[in-house]
Design a protein around this ligand. Structure first.
Ligand code: NAP
Length: 276
């Protein structure tokens, strides 16, 4: 059995072309597509993510407006900044970096982003529309999982898919998107009792646990498709939630790094240009 390495770059490249066209056309009409990124505090991962997004939007012909606030900014101040960006007609989309410092309610900040400038489905109106099946604009990472599976021709209808993780940003929304593709979806979490048995039934596993190498080869069946969402820093290296040794049993898998993360960033840009 040949194993398909589902790299993110070829997937992102397909979107890159279409998005660049939209941004270029908008520019010809005097509109510079602009992503506002709000960073509160010094979380190193947020700063790395912010730098990647700035580079990406600029490479697509758009612009970034980065607002950095000190870690001790209060919630009112952060929400005030978001509201100002909502009103700014030169700003196309807004992305507050999560997680916020502990004293700030990230959900309240996300809810303050106006629904039509919300590029990562943080506003509950947008999330509600996704869960009702009325909008495809789920958060960027669940959409990246779906775009990757589609790009590599992975059929989902009637398949047993096990999602590990039920966060609002990954596990829950990806489960809904998979259901919409007629997969039979099992969502697991820290209180799931029979995870190894459930994983053995999976044709497809989406791992979003946040634990390095959590999924081991003896937990999966031969021929499984692996979507590894996890990004964990271990000894200065990035590793996924799935042990790379699982690839030997898999029919297809996403690498870490170079898999879902790359597509996810492009999904932010796709959402940013959705109304153009
Ligand atoms: P999260 O909010 O910490 O959620 C982790 C989920 O895993 C929770 O639902 C938790 O269950 C579950 N879990 C924890 N331990 C478990 C166990 N022993 N057995 C089964 N389930 C368990 O994390 P997240 O934000 O969803 O992110 C997950 C991973 O994806 C992280 O590594 C993160 O860095 C990565 N990520 C990647 C991207 C990307 O673009 N590639 C984007 C976002 C996140 P409970 O709900 O019961 O606590």
């Amino acid at each position: 059995m040949e194993t398909v390495l589902m790299r993110g770059k070829p997937v992102a490249d397909v979107y890159r072309e279409a998005i660049t066209k939209k941004i270029t056309a908008a520019k010809e009409h005097g509109l510079t597509v602009t992503l506002a990124i709000v960073v509160v505090g010094d979380d190193p991962a947020s700063h790395v993510y912010k730098d990647r997004l700035v580079k990406l939007i600029e490479s697509l012909g758009g612009a970034a407006k980065v607002i950095m606030l000190p870690a001790d900014s209060d919630e009112e101040k952060v929400i005030g900044v978001i509201k100002k960006l909502n009103r700014n007609r030169y700003v196309t989309g807004i992305l507050p970096m999560m997680p916020m410092p502990k004293h700030i309610n990230g959900d309240a900040v996300g809810a303050a982003v106006s629904a039509n400038k919300d590029v990562d489905c943080l506003n509950p109106i947008n999330a509600g529309d996704v869960f009702m099946g009325r909008s495809p604009w789920a958060a960027c990472t669940p959409r990246a999982c779906m775009a990757t599976l589609a790009h590599y021709g992975i059929e989902l209808e009637g398949k047993n898919v096990v999602v590990i993780g039920r966060s609002n940003v990954v596990g829950k929304p990806v489960s809904v998107l998979l259901l919409n593709k007629n997969a039979t979806v099992t969502v697991c979490h820290s209180r799931t009792r029979n995870l190894p048995e459930l994983l053995k039934t999976a044709d497809v596993i989406v791992a979003a646990v946040g634990k390095p190498c959590f999924v081991q080869p003896d937990m999966v069946k031969e021929g499984v498709v692996i979507v590894d969402v996890g990004i964990n820093a271990v000894d200065g290296k990035l590793v996924g939630d799935v042990d790379p040794a699982v690839a030997e049993k898999a029919s297809a898998f996403t690498p870490v790094p170079g898999g879902i993360g790359v597509v996810s960033n492009m999904m932010v840009m796709e959402c940013l240009t959705r109304n153009l």
